[in-house]
Design a protein around this ligand. Structure first.
Ligand code: NAD
Length: 260
């Protein structure tokens, strides 16, 4: 369906699970060469095996995206292997520690911002020297939390990081347009993934008994959370030349959840 994707070279962060994994598999199915970045070895390798078993091409690199040297190294390995970089899916993220603001520890705030926002900055910054040679597409995973206040109480650090990613993507799209690099943010609603695993509500949050999960059936279109593969389709479209006039946008993919 998207023939121009064949042989393009992509790097995906958070490729071991959820949205990143589904996108890695979809990219490989389109004939793309994919560098799988994640800090969880086992899951990263699982995605690799799945792609390899289906005849796809990929490499893996062990990276914490909050470490700039590791992000730089992942791009170096990608370009060493395939000679170019066309697509970046800056997707890895954490919910982090959920706490009321008055109880939020500065170090917990910092970790969420370091991974989600600073990590996105590193993933874009270190892609530019490679991508500016021929142009490309960068897709950043933000969230509907970046622009709407939801029932996700305790998520001020997360939502702030997600709003920051949208602003960053918009500014980057202007700055990088001269290299024919497009930058877009996607804003998923609730998607069935493993993100809950790294969600840590504090006792203070639990004491005030504010729900931290979206109520079931909150998406008018599906009456359930979305699937990672549905997000992967949007990412593939944004990676492809089929979207070559789209840059600097934030695209919601939430079954109208954010309109409720
Ligand atoms: P997930 O937990 O299933 O996958 C995230 C992956 O990122 C994991 O494999 C994890 O190991 C990896 N990761 C975490 N921190 C990392 C780091 N510092 N460096 C490298 N890798 C790291 O979650 P997901 O839902 O697929 O999340 C992907 C993105 O989607 C995140 O940015 C998240 O904020 C966003 N998002 C998710 C939802 C949802 O409901 N699932 C909604 C909106 C936005």
């Amino acid at each position: 369906i998207l023939p121009d994707l064949k042989d393009k070279v992509a790097l995906i962060t958070g490729a071991g699970s959820g949205i990143g994994r589904a996108t890695a598999i979809m990219f490989a199915q389109q004939g793309m060469k994919v560098c799988l970045v994640d800090l969880k070895d086992e899951r990263r390798e699982q995605t690799k095996q799945e792609i390899a078993a289906a005849g796809g091409q990929c490499i893996t690199v062990d990276v914490d995206i909050s470490d700039p040297a590791r992000v730089e190294e992942a791009y170096a390995q990608t370009v060493k292997t395939w000679g170019r970089l066309d697509v970046v899916f800056a997707n890895a993220g954490i919910n982090g520690v959920l706490a009321p603001i008055e109880d939020m520890k500065p170090e917990d705030w910092d970790r969420t911002l370091s991974v989600n926002l600073k990590g996105t900055f590193f993933c874009v910054k270190y892609a530019i020297p490679h991508m500016k040679k021929q142009g490309g597409s960068i897709i950043v995973t933000s969230s509907i939390n970046g622009s709407r206040a939801f029932s996700g109480f305790g998520m001020t650090a997360y939502s702030t990081s997600k709003a920051g990613q949208v602003a960053f993507a918009k500014m980057a799209s202007l700055e990088l347009a001269r290299y024919k690099i497009r930058v877009n943010a996607i804003c998923p609603g609730s998607i069935e993934t493993n993100i809950g695993e790294n969600t840590k509500p504090t006792p203070e949050l639990e004491k005030i008994k504010i729900p931290v999960k979206y109520p079931e059936g909150s998406q008018p279109l599906e009456h359930a959370a979305g699937q990672p593969e549905q997000v992967a389709s949007l990412v593939a479209f944004l990676a492809s030349d089929a979207s070559n006039h789209i840059t600097g946008t934030e695209l919601f993919i939430d079954g109208a959840e954010s309109l409720l």
